[in-house]
Design a protein around this ligand. Structure first.
Ligand code: SF4
Length: 335
């Protein structure tokens, strides 16, 4: 990076103070809002989070209200946001804070459920003024360009390790939270993946990547291979009930949520609905089949402990994963 650290901080923070997006967790900020926004924003876009954030605050306005809620109520409120382990971890975190108090350092935050290095640094710096750098995908992009660093980065962890020394040297000790937010905001709005807005960038004079005409080609991230698989599911409506499978409370994914039951194998015949979705590095083709109750695979499904008939009028109160709610609505409308 070119230039002086002090003037870099000053340029970045002046730009942030003038241009930062107005977001609900930035108005009347507080620890609870910061924690909630950091959990909701993991792997989820700001636009998706906004309506959930407002609704959540009305339902669970603070750690105490969240801690007192049942897991079922928490999962219901999270429905549609995906990655449900975040909701369960947030719930456990609220209970730990009510029981043991608020951590005072990064190590304390790291001991709480669902908190990795990124989230601990974001909460500690933004809500408590701890001088801990945040390195997310946006920040990696800004740093790789500022440094004109074409090292191939194998993972988010590798990227974090690579840029941690630079981040530690740059962070503003007087306003660490605003500095972290400013870097992330710069990556999200100006130093974008494609066609970065270098002419409007507040730190262009410091940027080696821009000077070398290399900005858009950076960072170099190793391509991840995508695994493909097909899942066959059952859609069975009988006597105004729908067959659903509820996952047990100790399931590694989707604990406490219900989905259309998975069939043991792909049946012969055309599915009534087909959708493809990506989860982590997997591309999953979901085939939904309407089979008669007498089909041998349906009898096998019915023997599983979590499978139950849910009356159609009661569907709204069941916690379904977001895609399943949409598919079921479409299939019921098309009956
Ligand atoms: Fe990113 Fe361009 Fe700014 Fe460099 S000058 S930090 S490449 S937006």
């Amino acid at each position: 990076m070119r230039g002086e650290t002090r003037s870099f901080r000053q340029r970045l923070l002046t730009w942030f103070d003038r241009h930062r997006r107005s977001l609900p967790w930035r108005t009347e900020p507080g620890l609870y809002k910061t924690v909630l926004s950091e959990f909701m924003l993991q792997q989820t876009r700001v636009e998706t989070v906004l309506p959930y954030f407002e609704r959540w605050l009305e339902r669970f306005p603070d750690f105490a209200a969240l801690a007192a809620a049942s897991e079922e109520a928490v999962l219901k409120e999270w429905e549609g946001l995906g990655y449900y382990s975040r909701a369960r971890n947030l719930h456990r975190l609220a209970r730990a804070i009510v029981r043991e108090g608020v951590p005072e350092d990064i190590a304390g935050w790291r001991r709480l459920p669902g908190i990795g290095p990124y989230t601990a640094a974001a909460i500690g710096s933004i809500a408590q003024g701890l001088p801990e750098p945040v390195i997310d995908g946006n920040v990696v992009r800004v740093f790789a360009r500022l440094e004109n660093d074409a090292t191939e980065l194998a993972s988010a962890d590798a990227a974090r390790r690579r840029f941690l020394p630079l981040a530690r040297g740059l962070i503003d000790p007087d306003r660490p939270g605003a500095f972290n937010e400013a870097l992330m905001e710069l990556g999200a709005t100006t130093c974008r993946k494609h066609r970065p807005d270098c002419l409007l960038c507040p730190v262009r004079d410091f940027c080696e990547g821009y000077a070398a005409g290399q900005a858009e080609s950076l960072p170099r991230l190793q391509r991840k291979s995508t695994r493909r698989r097909t899942v066959a599911r059952l859609f069975l409506v009988r006597e105004e009930t729908l067959l659903l499978e509820e996952y047990p409370a100790d399931a590694s994914r989707l604990a406490g949520l219900a989905e259309l039951p998975e069939l043991p194998e792909r049946p012969v015949g055309k599915p009534v609905l087909t959708r493809t979705r990506g989860i982590s590095s997997e591309s999953i083709r979901e085939e939904i089949h309407a089979l008669p109750a007498s089909h041998p695979m349906v009898r096998e499904v019915l023997r599983r402990p979590g499978v139950r008939k849910v009356p159609l009028p009661g569907l709204a109160s069941v916690s379904l994963s977001g895609p399943h709610r949409r598919w079921i609505t479409a299939l019921l409308a098309g009956r």
